[in-house]
Write a new protein. Sequence first.
Length: 199
Amino acid sequence: MPELRLATRSDAAGIAEIYGPIVASTPISFETEPPGEREMEHRIEETLPAYPWLVCEHRGRIAGYAYAGRHRHRAAYQWSVETSVYIHADFRRRGIGRGLYASLFQILAAQGYFSAFAGMTLPNPGSAGLHEAAGFQPVGVYRHVGYKLGVWYDVGWWHRELQPLMAEPPAPRSLPDLRAEPSWQQLVTAGLPFLRMED
């Protein structure tokens, strides 16, 4: 059975296996040097105190991952996040992206975040379709903002409301604080119904 859970240091190699080819040979990521296992360990540890980083594990393999991070550094942006999702080439079109995002959004809302933003290199109809199926709407395009593999690329931005806005919102909760709640397991496994894995 597939599992949705928080990432740990031991997942870094599987995550690098997914992300490395994307960096090396596509414009999907604007990084140009594939990060190795040690760098992925650092990124996971740096993300988790404040934001969720989830993995989908199936039969001992990392089938996909999704995470959130800071949107901008000014204080008034603190209730917004940026999100990313990546799926292993062997596990695409099995609902993993939707499942990871469903759990991620439940956690982010429970932490007290209100808006999620996702940027993607254009054209990318697969990613756009996934994000729109997960509730995102397009909000704008940065024209010719990135140059990679000999081509100038646009980046489109999508937005998803995580919960209704409120006046005087409290500061978002830390992930360790939320994990102490009885509802934690329900939040992290919320996306399981979307998964269509072959057992």
